[in-house]
Ligand binder design. Structure first.
Ligand code: B12
Length: 231
């Protein structure tokens, strides 16, 4: 089967996406270990809206975030169905937390068993920045991600990315309203906790998102100020 063509035909406008293919053998949590390979899709976020949130999230960003989440969730579902129809074991992973993910372990760690960013660095799409975000070569951090795990060896692999390319830049560290970012440059052995305080970040997301609407958690300042991906 022509995997690349199969994926591309599910994307709405090809130029708005980046797609990466990764060998994930030995890197997945036990519950996903039966797969071994992954396809990650990055959806470019609208530039003007991302520019507009340099000092905090707004209603336009929230609307974009929701629209893109729905779009990506539909895309992975349809890719998953087509791959399964071709006899390939496939599992689409949603862009955001689902009801199933919310349990005691998550509350204590803010960590799921699956990281879209891991698939993306292994697929060679970019590195983890001082913000903790995936910084892609094409769109900087201005992407939302989804993945499909497969038990089918994927071709078209770029080389995995092994370290950060942020260098001296620390604009995200300076602008983080939660002072959550430590400023450390990532390599594949760096733990998330060495990069940023996720609880402080979530607290600020609650506060800033709450100004848009009840129960909304959103920030995105670290995305907006990053020089990578700016027009
Ligand atoms: C829980 C969660 C949060 C929590 C905790 C933060 C976090 N990053 O874990 C909170 C609420 C704080 C949060 C906040 C935000 N989030 Co959030 N979040 C998630 C979620 C649902 C799960 C993350 C998780 O559990 N990761 C597990 C940990 C251990 O891994 P990780 O941090 O993702 O990645 C590490 C490993 O992958 C490792 N790694 C990478 N490559 C390799 C290679 C090898 C070989 C190895 C061994 C390791 C390794 O390094 C990474 C960094 O330490 C993901 C969706 C998902 N399933 O991935 C979105 C996600 C990470 N969030 C995202 C976004 C955009 C945000 C916000 C901007 C909110 C907003 N939209 O306004 C902020 C920004 C925070 C920041 N600076 O990163 C995007 C990031 C996109 C990008 N360009 O990177 C994601 C991927 C959602 C998506 N579908 O696009 N988030």
């Amino acid at each position: 089967m022509k995997l690349r063509e199969t994926i591309i035909k599910h994307l709405l406008k090809e130029q708005d996406y980046i797609v990466g293919y990764a060998d994930l053998r030995k890197l997945l949590a036990a519950k996903y270990a039966q797969y071994g390979y992954g396809i990650v899709i990055g959806r470019r976020m609208d530039s003007a809206i991302m520019d507009s949130i340099e000092t905090g999230p707004n209603a336009d960003y929230y609307a974009l975030y929701q629209t893109v989440n729905v779009e990506l969730a539909e895309i992975v579902k349809s890719i998953e169905a087509e791959l399964r129809g071709n006899g390939i074991k496939a599992a689409g992973i949603a862009p955001s937390l689902t009801a199933l993910d919310r349990n005691e372990r998550f509350d204590h760690t803010l960590s799921l068993d699956f990281s879209h960013k891991l698939v993306a660095t292994r697929a060679g799409l970019g590195w983890i920045g001082k913000s903790g975000l995936l910084i892609t070569y094409e769109f900087g951090p201005r992407v939302r991600l989804v993945s499909v795990l497969v038990d089918y060896p994927v071709d078209y692999c770029r080389k995995p990315v092994l370290k950060s390319e942020c260098q001296d830049c620390d604009l995200c560290v300076q602008h983080c309203p939660a002072n959550a970012l430590i400023g450390k440059e990532w390599t594949i052995t760096t733990r998330r906790e060495e990069i940023f305080d996720v609880f402080a970040c979530r607290e600020k997301c609650r506060e800033l998102g709450g100004r848009i609407g009840k129960g909304i958690r959103l920030c995105g300042i670290c995305i907006s100020v990053c020089p990578f991906g700016k027009a």
